[in-house]
Every structure is written in structure tokens, then in C-alpha cells.
Design a protein around this ligand. Sequence first.
Ligand code: GDP
Length: 167
Amino acid sequence: MMNQHLFKIILIGDSGVGKSNILSRFCRDEFTIGSKSTIGVEFATKNLEIDNCVVTAQVWEKYRAITNTFYRGAKAALLIYSIEDRESFDNIQQWLSELEKLSPSNVVLMLVGNKNDLEESRAISFEEAAKFANENGILFLETSAKNATNIDKAFNSILTEILRIHN
Ligand code: GDP
């Protein structure tokens, strides 16, 4: 019998950065152009095998959930901005502060610069975001939910890190 784990991962960031689509790309391999892709779900799950463990990633997007329910029991958080939206990057600091208030200190954090398929409208360089992540001691990746770039990699890195901490 392999070890089984269920880990809650929350997606945080401004409206429009791609949270719904990161969730649907990871859990269902789907992408939606335009409006909301979620059909009123608060979370979706996906099973993965990592380091000889069966890991269920339970991915939450803040949808209707009252704040406490959303943060409760989270083992990791993806702090998401869009690489073509300066404001969404500047607001990461506030999302980090809210997170620090509402969740335990051992939550694994990853800064995620989504929409990196939109290179021509890039507003935040890779280096600037990497520096911010480094200064705050958090993981960092750029992704595209549209092209599926680094989506699996983001969750794999996060889950591997959670397993490392909890073993
Ligand atoms: P949320 O409000 O953070 O949940 O953002 P959504 O997932 O609803 O995405 C907002 C908009 O950005 C939608 O029009 C999506 O189609 C689009 N979008 C999401 N991810 C990407 C991406 O990686 N690349 C591009 N080009 N568009 C994206």
C-alpha cells in the first residue's frame, strides 16, 4: 500500500489573473476564453503520484466561500498575478499580508506569473518577479493556463515541497 495524502491548495490573486483557468487546466485540462470557466465549484481535485505517495491535490478558488473556510487547512497557496497586469503584481504584497494573518506559517507559497504566452504585452519582467520571490523566500514560476505551460510543474513543485515538510 502506498501512502495516501490529501492536501488543500488555495489560489489567490486579483480578479482576472487566471485563477479559474489554472484550476481547470490542472484538474480537467480545460481552458476557457473570456468569462468564468468555473460552474460554481469551490474546489476541484486531482490525484498524482509523487515520491511513491498517492497525493490528492484539492485546489480551491475563492468562490463564495467565506474567508475563514477558504484559508482553513490550506497546506499551500499559489499567489497569482498576470505578467501583463502591473497592478495585479503590485497587489501580491497585500495578498501575502492577508495570508500571513489568516493561515499558519508553514504554508508553502509560490508566486505565479500567469499568461506568459502574452509576451508582447509583458509588464513585469521575469527578473523583477524572481527578485520579489527570492526576497520573500517563496517559490516562483511563470505559467500559461492557455498553453498549459508550467501548470503541472507548479503543482508538482508545490506538492513535493508539502510532502517534504510533512514527512
Ligand atoms: P480569475 O478571475 O482569476 O479566475 O481569472 P479567469 O481564469 O477567469 O481568467 C480571466 C481571463 O484571462 C479569461 O478571459 C481567460 O480566458 C484569460 N486567461 C486566463 N489564463 C490565461 C493565460 O494563461 N493566457 C491568456 N492569454 N489568457 C488567460
